[in-house]
Ligand binder design. Structure first.
Ligand SMILES: Nc1ncnc2c1ncn2[C@@H]1O[C@H](COP(=O)(O)OP(=O)(O)O)[C@@H](O)[C@H]1O
Ligand code: SF4
Ligand SMILES: [Mg+2]
Length: 339
């Protein structure tokens, strides 16, 4: 179910990690991991977030949930009562309360689950911590959550090592669902899985979205996965959002040269078919020392003089189609259908 009302609005969000050097740990610079980003997520939609490794996707996802503190900017979230809450302004108690509504699913089902906890305790922990259920009721709720994500509920006393990669990811999803959230950040949630298992988990996420009217920020470096699951897509480059549009629009009618380059790039072949990272010519800019003007200019085949001096503004080129390129309206770029 999708409507146009926004569940999340991110404004001027920044995360600068200080670079410290020497004996006295002086700050000598900053890694601009998230550098002045604006966007929104509509209720019930999946916003995909794509970009090469190190471009700031994880940092952005975590700043939104305040799993790490943003340096500047705001994230306004619509809570379960329809109230707009600035997550960046909450104290710890308020933050704990809103976390019931905002959850995170991690990439690696091997390291994100505590190997010494049973599935009952892993999935039940958020219910116990938030005072939602205990004892027999907790057990029943965990069983129900296991069934929801396609796990056998008789296995609730087992430990994570007894499960396959796909099953572990289902445990992670059940845990994220336990508090009945409205919004989930899925950070490379299927990237560590084999392709056939990826498809099952993606289908599960889509079914759960329908069933519980969830909104997702779905982070992945894999364009195929992003195209499959997203209603809209945002493209990041060196801490900046460079383009955002509805999925078909972005893939067929890109308005940023970096998106065009991503779409034309070949996946790196992987014999285990677990990860299909994209291979692009030229080196990614360093977020601690980015180029002047448009960060993409050293790799951009359309770069002009102005690109070296002036940073392009984030502009709505068509309705709901944003791009940060001086020549977004003039360039005729190739989408995937043009192959
Ligand atoms: N805790 C940290 N301290 C310093 N730099 C960090 C930290 N976390 C991430 N970074 C840097 O921020 C940039 C963005 O990282 P990340 O958000 O993990 O990118 P992605 O998820 O797109 O691969 C990278 O240059 C990374 O090295
Ligand atoms: S602003 Fe210039 S360098 Fe940057 S993407 Fe557009 S054309 Fe390329
Ligand atoms: Mg990441």
């Amino acid at each position: 179910m999708q409507n146009n009302s926004r569940i999340l609005e991110v404004k001027s969000l920044k995360k600068y990690f200080p670079i410290k050097k020497g004996f006295r740990k002086r700050t000598v610079g900053y890694v601009k991991a998230v550098d002045d980003i604006d966007f929104y997520i509509k209720e019930g939609e999946t916003l995909g977030l794509v970009g090469e490794s190190g471009c700031g996707k994880t940092t952005l996802g975590r700043c939104i949930l305040r799993a790490i503190e943003p340096s500047e900017g705001s994230t306004v979230f619509k809570d379960r009562h329809g109230k707009l809450v600035d997550v960046t302004a909450l104290d710890n108690k308020q933050l704990r309360a809103i976390r019931r509504d905002m959850q995170l699913i991690f990439q690696d089902p091997y390291s994100s689950l505590n190997p010494r906890m049973t599935v009952l305790n892993i999935i039940g922990e958020p219910l116990l911590c938030n005072g939602i259920a205990k004892g027999e009721e907790l057990r029943d709720r965990v069983k129900h959550l296991m069934e929801l994500v396609g796990l056998n509920s008789r296995h609730l006393e087992r430990y994570p090592h007894a499960f396959s990669g796909g099953q572990r990811q289902r445990i992670g999803i059940a845990r994220a669902l336990a508090t009945n959230p409205r919004f989930i950040v899925c950070d490379e949630a299927v990237s560590a899985l084999d392709v056939s298992v990826q498809a099952q988990i993606l289908n599960l996420l889509q079914d759960l979205q329908e069933q519980f009217d969830l909104s997702y920020l779905f982070i992945s470096h894999d364009l195929g996965v992003i195209q499959h699951i997203s209603d809209r897509v945002g493209v990041m480059y060196v801490g900046k959002m460079v383009e955002m549009a509805a999925t078909d629009e972005l893939f067929n009618n890109p308005k940023h040269p970096y998106t065009e380059a991503l779409l034309s790039a070949k996946p790196i072949p992987d014999p285990r078919a677990k990860s299909r990272r994209i291979l692009l010519e030229g080196e990614v800019a360093n977020p601690a020392n980015p180029p002047s003007g448009c960060y993409f200019h050293p790799r951009c085949k359309y770069a002009q003089d102005i690109c070296r001096h002036q940073a392009p503004a984030w502009t709505e080129v068509n309705q709901d189609h944003f791009s940060a390129c001086h020549f977004a309206s003039e360039l005729s770029l190739q989408g995937v259908l043009a192959e």
